[in-house]
Design a protein around this ligand. Structure first.
Ligand SMILES: *[C@@H]1O[C@H](CO)[C@@H](O)[C@H](O)[C@H]1NC(C)=O
Ligand SMILES: *[C@@H]1O[C@H](CO)[C@@H](O)[C@H](O)[C@H]1NC(C)=O
Length: 258
């Protein structure tokens, strides 16, 4: 019995490492919490891709945790704030909640949230694609870089201004204490074709920046501020290790300064 197990193990080793060259490798994303408060990062795969890092976990200020992602993989990463999983309160988080659970297990988060969208290619040596999107709104600034020798081509910077304080009243999301915890996109808030780039506005030529998307772009120039943002702020970059930093600038929710 023992021998059988080890033969299977060797077979799996051979198939993954030599018989199918370039297939089924792994990419590591390091989630780093630079916010002066705890966050609960979360991941959700697109249909047909596996759940990564249980779909979510706790990350104290200053902490880093790795997420091993098999490739090919398509999905998203976001940060949840103001969570409390000890009660059965739903939602359990002020932003980014997924059914009140710590481990999202494939569920996507409730917008508005700042989203990191990732597409890893199956073949080693092929570039991976990623972007940061405010198409559904904003809750935290996030940066993405390669871990070693961060090249500008591979980097998405954070925001130059705190969008929570620039968020127009009609887009604000407040917690029970009245603090602004997130900013909805105009599409999310008003759900009309011109803001959502749908129907007769469903092309880059027809869907133009708006007074709302311009506020987002001004605060976070390297993110998608609306669906047809041009030129597309999409990164393609070869790499095996990336760092996703929440609050790369030293601010996030609340009027906290550190
Ligand atoms: C979480 O919720 C429980 C139950 O409502 C409460 O007793 C506790 O103080 C809360 N924890 C925090 C950190 O707010
Ligand atoms: C996670 O999702 C899978 C697939 O939908 C399901 O089979 C499993 O029961 C879920 N686990 C938990 C803890 O909810």
């Amino acid at each position: 019995m023992k021998q059988q197990v080890s033969i299977i193990a060797i077979f799996l080793f051979l198939t993954s490492h030599s018989m199918l060259p370039g297939h089924a490798h792994e990419v590591t994303f390091y989630g780093h919490n630079n916010c002066p408060f705890p966050i609960w990062p979360a991941t959700a795969p697109n249909t047909g891709h596996p759940v990564v890092a249980d779909g979510g976990f706790y990350l104290a200020p200053g902490e880093t945790r790795s997420m091993i992602v098999p490739s090919p993989w398509n999905g998203r990463v976001w940060g949840r704030t103001g969570c409390n999983f000890t009660s059965n309160r739903q939602p359990a988080c002020e932003t980014g909640d997924c059914d009140g659970r710590l481990a999202c297990n494939g569920s996507i988060g409730t917008p508005p949230v700042t989203l990191v969208q990732i597409a890893l290619q199956a073949e080693k040596g092929k570039p991976n694609f990623y972007d940061v999107s405010l198409v559904d709104g904003y809750n935290l600034p996030i940066s993405v870089t390669t871990r070693q020798s961060s090249t500008p081509k591979c980097s998405i910077g954070g925001c130059s201004k705190d969008l929570k304080y620039l968020c127009p009243q009609e887009l604000q999301v407040r917690n029970k204490d009245g603090d602004v915890v997130a900013c909805r996109s105009a599409c999310l808030a008003f759900n009309v074709d011109s803001f959502c780039c749908r129907n007769q506005y469903g092309t880059p030529e027809k869907c133009k920046p708006t007074v709302y998307s311009k506020i987002f772009k001004d605060a976070c120039p390297s993110y998608y501020s609306y669906a047809y943002d041009r030129p597309p702020p999409l990164i393609n970059c070869e790499g095996k290790e990336y760092v996703i930093t929440f609050c790369p600038s030293a601010w996030g929710t609340a009027h906290t300064t550190i």
